[in-house]
Design a protein around this ligand. Structure first.
Ligand code: PRP
Length: 183
């Protein structure tokens, strides 16, 4: 895989520092809440970030998984979010949800999911992303916790894929344009 990477954008060491910083913020922000803290890992890309982050959260957090896809996201601002795996629980009024993502691009996935869980009656809904690409935004959305703001480059690794590959790289790297057919 490594020969397909142009350069490392966020190193493994940097990711470790980022997860420590965000976990500290979460530990502080939710310390006084009397609700259940429930982390939501958005499959598949958020797998590695969620697992690294949750190891550093010292509050008693639960974990849930959701899988969503967004059609038309790349070309239009009016695509539809499809929920393929949903949360099944009846205690939403007792739950502080923290949705964890690998990347925010157009912003539509997290803005939709935040609204969806709030409308279902969650006590609170916040969002956390490892990477943010604000240049790609098509909706007005700002994550509550953000690891790193990055330029609009094709990034893979630490959960992020190109055609389902490169997710297992331990860092975030820029994919060589010749690999994905860009320039
Ligand atoms: C990526 C990412 C977010 C979404 C962000 O998922 O993990 O879920 O896109 O894009 P948005 O801000 O434009 O909505 P993807 O659909 O690539 O699925 P994956 O995590 O399974 O790779």
């Amino acid at each position: 895989m490594i020969q397909d990477i142009e350069s490392v954008l966020v190193s493994a060491e940097e990711i470790d520092r980022i997860t420590s910083r965000i976990a500290d913020e979460i530990n502080r922000d939710y310390a006084e809440s009397n609700k259940k803290l429930v982390l939501i890992c958005i499959l598949k890309g958020s797998l590695m970030f969620t697992s690294e982050l949750m190891k550093k959260i010292t509050l008693p957090a639960e974990i849930e998984f959701m899988k969503v896809s967004s059609y038309g996201a790349k070309t239009t601002s009016s695509g539809v979010i499809n929920i393929h795996l949903d949360i099944k629980r009846d205690d939403l009024a007792e739950v502080d949800f923290l949705i964890i993502e690998d990347i925010v691009d157009s912003g539509r996935t997290l803005s939709h999911l935040t609204r969806y869980l709030a409308e279902r009656g969650a006590a609170s809904v916040k969002t956390c992303t490892l990477l943010d690409k604000p240049d790609r935004r098509t909706v007005d959305f700002t994550p509550d916790y953000c690891g790193a703001v990055i330029p609009d480059r094709f990034v893979v690794g630490f959960g992020l894929d190109y055609n389902e590959k490169y997710r297992n790289l331990p860092f975030v790297g820029i994919l060589k344009p010749e690999v994905w057919g860009g320039r």
